[in-house]
Design a binder for this molecule. Structure first.
Ligand SMILES: [Ca+2]
Ligand SMILES: [Ca+2]
Ligand SMILES: [Ca+2]
Ligand SMILES: [Ca+2]
Length: 315
């Protein structure tokens, strides 16, 4: 049995649970230690809309307790659940979005100190920005046109102007759209980067430890993930690809082995497993480990060879 004590591992647990089918519903435990034994987990089931496709955390009513927002792909809306800080959540408040919302990300997009939500609308080919009023209400803005089939979102300040920006993985187009925030909830698409077939997940993090946010995109159909190094001025280098599983679908970043260096966790729908790719001090990638999810999350461990992984090459 593996004991997980780092706070970052909450994300990992959720990814493993949601993507491996072991824990098919969102589960929340006390924020002290996570023990991967289902008998020790406390389950809270929240009723969302149809086909919930993505979940994110933010404090939308300003009470300092974490709330949840869920994208309901089959209902064309999001559900916002206000948390009481003790693991309980109220009835959902639903807010209309574009068609088939697949992803949500939370940031303060208009610099008013209140959490806002960006939503990737797969069938509308755009991103909705919902500006929070700090009391749990939202105002919709005009949708931002992106590539065909946006499925995943990440937000960070890519051009270092103090405003959160967006990276949008466009599933049908096989591209990533980079949109700079203009500080009032408005965005301008500045770069469209070819990725490959069927990108399904994206995350923004400083993978190469140069202080500038990078992007990692999971490519489901080509069984790999792409790393795009950011230059801190809003531009990204061409994608460098790495093998990952059979049908990877989700990604989380965190320091999973406690060495102070960021690592990646990638959930694999095709093999019911989670792959861990460890960051190294020389800014390369160490061997991937795969944790099998068939029987018990994390209970069975299997190592795979790193021979197929190309070396990191940062310029
Ligand atoms: Ca709250
Ligand atoms: Ca705001
Ligand atoms: Ca920015
Ligand atoms: Ca970086």
């Amino acid at each position: 049995m593996l004991k997980l004590v780092a706070k970052d591992l909450c994300c990992l647990l959720l990814f493993a649970a949601l993507n491996c089918g072991i824990l098919p519903n969102l589960r929340i435990t006390a924020n002290t230690a996570f023990v991967c034994d289902p008998t020790l987990l406390v389950e809270h089931r929240l009723k969302s809309g149809r086909i919930p496709a993505s979940v994110a955390v933010g404090d939308f009513n300003g009470d300092k307790n974490s709330d949840l927002v869920v994208a309901n792909s089959g209902s064309d809306n999001i559900s916002v659940f206000q948390g009481d800080g003790k693991g309980n959540f109220g009835e959902p408040m639903n807010v209309a979005t574009g068609r088939s919302p697949r992803a949500v990300v939370v940031a303060d997009f208009n610099s008013d100190g209140r959490a806002d939500i960006a939503v990737a609308n797969y069938e509308s080919n755009n991103v909705s920005v919902l500006l929070g009023d700090g009391r749990g209400g939202f105002t919709s803005t005009t949708g931002l046109a992106v590539g065909s089939g946006p499925v995943a979102l990440a937000s960070a300040d890519f051009n270092d102007d103090g405003q959160p920006d967006l990276a949008v993985a466009n599933g049908k187009a096989g591209t990533v759209s980079i949109a700079f925030g203009r500080g009032k909830g408005e965005f301008l698409v500045a770069q469209t980067i070819p990725i490959g077939k069927d990108p399904v997940a994206i995350i923004a993090a400083d993978i190469n430890a140069d202080g500038k946010p990078d992007l990692v995109v999971v490519n489901s159909r080509t069984s790999d993930f792409s790393v795009l190094a950011g230059d801190g001025n809003g531009k990204f280098a061409a994608a460098v690809r790495y093998a990952a599983g059979k049908r990877p679908v989700g990604i989380a970043v965190g320091d999973f082995n406690g060495d102070g260096i960021r690592d990646l966790a990638i959930s694999d729908f095709g093999t019911n497993s989670v792959s861990f790719v460890s960051g190294r001090k020389d800014r390369g990638l160490a061997a991937a480990q795969t944790f099998n999810c068939f029987d018990h999350a994390f209970e069975s461990e299997r190592r795979i060879s790193a021979s197929g992984l190309p070396a990191f090459a940062w310029s």
